[in-house]
Write a protein that binds this ligand. Structure first.
Ligand code: HAM
Length: 430
């Protein structure tokens, strides 16, 4: 094996063909469940004007202040590799007037995001998210739909031990009222907080709830939370969201200290965590962002969405499910010598045309070598074109899971009209 001096950049990784089936499974599950709830697919570019993220996510957020991949292009424009999807979706929503006059726009997306964080298990610098955004309605039933969709996608993928933490961080007006009480609570002990928290105190005190330092956590015990300072309208909104979630049998816990790392959030906020993951246990996060459209130059438009980290989800999928995903109905064609090559080429083309997977050897391997390759292919069956059976117009079909073999007439395969009939000939288990 030759080794190149070139390596993937620190914090990025290749998704290799062996990993692909489970990635595809995640995307197809999101596609199916989001489409069933009438979300259309959107695919914004991976880079945007830096200002979009600075304004959208907030100058003082960790993402904007220290984690963005920002560069100047040949035209001296400041551009940034997207650290998340929401700002881009809102930009596209406004640019293409997707909302029309008063419509609700529901979209889902999946793709790479970029943040210059300290890499560790489950934390990368290029990572993948899927997410949904619903722009144009304040209805608490929509909050419930989005949270339910988030939860169902995960359970459909076989994830267990999930915890949904719900909070309302109110509108900026509620936070203003809370801020006074919070600042009063924290001020006498401010010097005992970590340097980061002291900085947060000056810029966005609420974010102090996000600190993982045990000392800071202890100092915040009993601190006032925004939930106690909500206007009656926002309190009512939150109560109705929780009521809908109960009716939909979505299990949750209220965590009044939950804050999110992006500045655009208002009212409903949530995170889904997995007990199976270590420090990076947050599988997904979302919330309302009822002022973002306006902040980016549009009319007042309430909105809600979430995004989930695909690497983390894949790490949390039970092995027996991810192993199962990788088995595919398909046929590896093994030939005893060059004389059956043409038959193998034609057979592979025919099987593929009928909608099943097929592959053959292109490296002139021995029969034994080809059988090994068939085993590695993770296809359900091998077909063997061998002298004795071919002499009788037959081929050998081998079930690669249990090594059982049977003979099938070649003509029968050529007469097959569709994938189902072909499956019957092979006794498909794949
Ligand atoms: P976020 O909480 O920053 O929210 O990211 C959502 C999820 O992306 C996290 O829960 C985590 O699973 C994954 N994630 C974040 N950073 C990394 C990383 N460095 N490596 C691996 N996975 C990571 C947002 O991005 C919002 N745009 C969500 C949203 C959509 N809110 C409303 N609409």
């Amino acid at each position: 094996m030759s080794e190149s001096k070139f390596k993937a950049i620190y914090g990025t990784r290749d998704i290799l063909p062996d990993d692909a089936p489970v990635w595809r499974k995640v995307i197809s599950t999101v596609d199916l469940l989001a489409s069933n709830a009438n979300y259309g697919f959107i695919h914004p570019p991976v880079f945007e004007m830096t200002e979009l993220f600075a304004r959208g996510i907030g100058e003082t957020s960790d993402i904007v202040s220290k984690e963005m991949y920002t560069f100047r292009d040949q035209g001296d424009r400041s551009l940034t590799l997207r650290p998340e999807g929401t700002a881009s979706v809102v930009r596209a929503y406004l640019e293409h007037s997707l909302g029309g006059k008063e419509g609700l726009v529901k979209v889902w997306y999946a793709g790479p995001m970029f943040r210059q964080e300290r890499p560790q298990a489950g934390r990368l610098r290029q990572f993948y998210q899927f997410g949904v955004e619903a722009i144009g309605s304040i209805d608490p039933a929509l909050d419930a739909e989005v949270i339910d969709l988030n939860y169902r996608i995960m359970t459909e993928l076989g994830l267990g031990d999930l915890k949904i933490y719900m909070n309302s961080i109110g509108m900026p007006e509620d936070r203003q009222a809370h801020r006074r009480a919070f600042v009063e609570f924290v001020s006498p002990n401010l010097a005992k907080f970590c340097a980061d928290c002291q900085k947060r105190f000056a810029t966005n005190p609420l974010r102090m709830f996000d600190c993982k330092e045990p000392t800071c956590r202890r100092l915040l015990e009993g601190a006032p939370v925004v939930l106690e300072y909500l206007s009656s309208e926002n309190k009512d909104h939150f109560d109705r969201v929780l009521g809908y979630l109960e009716s939909l049998a979505v299990p949750f816990e209220v965590d009044a200290r939950l804050v999110r790392g992006l500045d655009y959030y208002t009212r409903t906020a949530w995170e889904i965590k997995s007990a199976k993951l270590g420090a990076q246990d947050s599988l997904s996060g979302g919330g309302r962002y009822d002022r973002l459209v306006e902040q980016l130059g549009g009319p007042p438009t309430p909105a809600i969405g979430f995004a989930a980290g695909m690497e983390r989800i894949i790490m949390a999928i039970p092995e027996k499910i991810s192993n199962n995903v990788s088995k595919r109905p398909g046929i590896f064609i093994v030939t005893a010598g060059e004389k059956y090559k043409l038959e193998a080429v034609k057979l592979a083309a025919r099987i593929r045309k009928l909608g099943l997977a097929a592959d053959i050897d292109y490296l002139g391997k021995s029969l034994k070598g080809q059988m090994k390759q068939a085993d590695k292919s993770r296809f359900a069956h091998a077909v063997i074109l061998a002298d004795e059976e071919m002499g009788r117009g037959k081929i050998v079909v081998r079930n690669l899971a249990n090594s059982e073999q049977s003979e099938v007439e070649l003509d029968r395969i050529h007469a097959v009209q569709n994938a189902d009939e072909l499956g019957e000939v092979f006794g498909r288990e794949g």
